[in-house]
Design a protein around this ligand. Structure first.
Ligand SMILES: Cc1ncc(COP(=O)(O)O)c(C=O)c1O
Length: 466
């Protein structure tokens, strides 16, 4: 069956990907650029130190480096470019909006009003047409806003968050983040943050063998934190902030019942349930928002990444009952709600709707997971393949019985190997032991097949190497 828009979607990417023309990657022109970056940019950036690679042009689900090598992008530059890189209509939108209006600080303009309306319409579950939105520029500053809003609304201070969670790099958001690399040497951070185990069934914090036999100890623990004395909280918390599918922590898919349970306890105790979908939102997991898989209506929804795609836009969408009770005129942000950003976000959403990227991610994700699951069965080092839609994690272990995580050096070697075969990929997870595939959602099945071949081949090389 020929799918609507498939020809148009196919033309978005460089058809020849992957195509390698230099003897080594990075090639000579890329090396020159990297040299300057290594010399002059703050060493606090991450990507060039994990995977030396230079982007020069990008189209759809493909990237060209300055030496003319073409790669399949299985990263979407960290789950951002849902509609692909440089979509021609996004480029056109940027040009025409740039000629008209770009910056207004937080003063009104038509695209702002239009985007507010659109976000209200597409918001998940019971949020639909029942929200107000605050704009931000990155997932991190939006996460800060989520915390403030919950604190203002409840008049309480403490926050519950999860092991393996990532909510950003600014001080408040960083406090919620558990990766020590980002935090070491910085504390004191924000007080009043409490951590609970996430429903990471492959490595259950309670030593359980699996869901549902575990009786959801992790959900019960959060319930206890909220409702029982003597577990470290002084009062009831203001909020629980949760990724409904954990991103940086290892592409961990929790049982839906876990999310639902925590959400329900929050509701019963007037605790704000903050759903951080910066990484998992906007069709990535096969639904517009991941909570729609679990039938949960968040009180506050944190959005970023794919909302803006090629342009930085983030937003905090909250139920009116909360947002109507925040202090008026208390959060002006110079660049948030930028006219260019709003126009691009609207175009992104229009393209997601036109291409039905939620259904496309579900369909392609199921297909790709099927291939990867075969690999899980045959490989000695693939511990678990998991995911929803095109947010897929592959946990690599030294030994499937002990589940000892693969060491970082080998994971980085694998990323380099794949790059050298024309595939851009990233890792995540608490030990860096998880491969993640989160390509632009306009990637084709044929490209996924090629990506799979490269991954399988590289994995076999690693198996021989260790
Ligand atoms: C779930 C989640 N929240 C927040 C953030 C922070 O977003 P940003 O990097 O745009 O500040 C990220 C980034 O990866 C994320 O995955």
């Amino acid at each position: 069956m020929k799918l609507a828009y498939e020809d148009e979607i196919r033309r978005l990417s460089y058809s020849e990907a992957p195509k390698l023309i230099t003897k080594e990657i990075p090639g000579p022109k890329a090396k020159e650029i990297l040299d300057k970056i290594y010399k002059l940019e703050s060493i606090t950036i991450l990507a060039p130190y994990v995977i030396p690679f230079v982007w020069n042009e990008a189209r759809g689900a493909t990237v060209m480096d300055p030496d003319g090598n073409v790669f399949i992008d299985m990263t979407a530059a960290i789950a951002v470019n849902a509609v692909g890189h440089n979509h021609p209509e996004v480029v056109e939108t940027i040009k025409s909006q740039a000629e008209k209006l770009m910056h207004t600080a937080d003063m009104p303009h038509p695209k702002r009003a239009e985007l507010l309306e659109k976000l209200s319409q597409i918001a998940p579950c019971g949020m639909k047409n029942n929200v107000r939105t605050a704009f931000a520029m990155s997932g991190s500053d939006a996460a800060e806003m989520c915390l403030k809003f919950a604190r203002w609304y409840t008049g309480r201070a403490e926050i519950i968050t999860f092991h393996g969670g990532y909510h950003g790099i600014t001080t408040g958001a960083l406090t919620l983040t558990t990766n020590p690399t980002y935090k070491r040497g910085i504390p004191p951070l924000v007080p009043g943050i409490h951590f609970a185990p996430y429903a990471y069934c492959y490595r259950c914090a309670f030593g359980q063998k699996g869901y549902p036999d575990c009786d959801l100890q992790c959900a019960r623990y959060v319930e206890d934190l909220i409702t029982k004395p003597g577990l470290g909280l002084i009062d009831k918390p203001a909020a629980v902030i949760m990724e409904p599918l954990q991103g940086e922590g290892g592409y961990v898919v929790p049982p839906g019942e876990f999310v639902k349970w925590v959400w329900k306890v929050c509701g019963e105790n007037n605790v704000v349930f903050i759903d951080d979908e910066v990484q998992s939102g906007f069709c990535r997991t096969g639904k517009w928002f991941t909570v729609e898989h679990w039938g949960v209506t968040p009180d506050i929804l944190n959005l970023g990444k794919a909302l803006g795609g090629d342009f930085p836009v983030a937003a905090v969408v909250g139920l009116k009952k909360i947002m109507d009770n925040l202090p008026r005129a208390s959060q002006p942000v110079t660049f948030a709600g930028n006219a260019l950003g709003c126009a691009v976000a609207l175009k992104n959403i229009e393209l997601m709707e036109r291409y039905k990227l939620d259904e496309r991610a579900a369909r392609l994700g199921e297909y790709f997971m099927g291939l990867l699951k075969e690999l899980e069965a045959e490989s000695k080092i693939v511990g678990e393949v998991r995911g929803l839609g095109l947010m897929i994690g592959i946990e690599i272990v030294k030994d499937k019985t002990t589940k000892q995580p693969m060491n970082l050096e080998n994971m980085v070697w694998l990323v380099h190997r794949m790059r050298d075969k024309g595939l851009l990929a990233m890792i995540c997870g608490r030990w860096g032991q998880v491969f993640r595939f989160m390509p632009p959602l306009i990637i084709t099945k044929e490209m996924l097949d090629k990506a799979f071949e490269v991954f399988r081949e590289s994995l076999r090389e690693l198996e021989k190497r260790i």
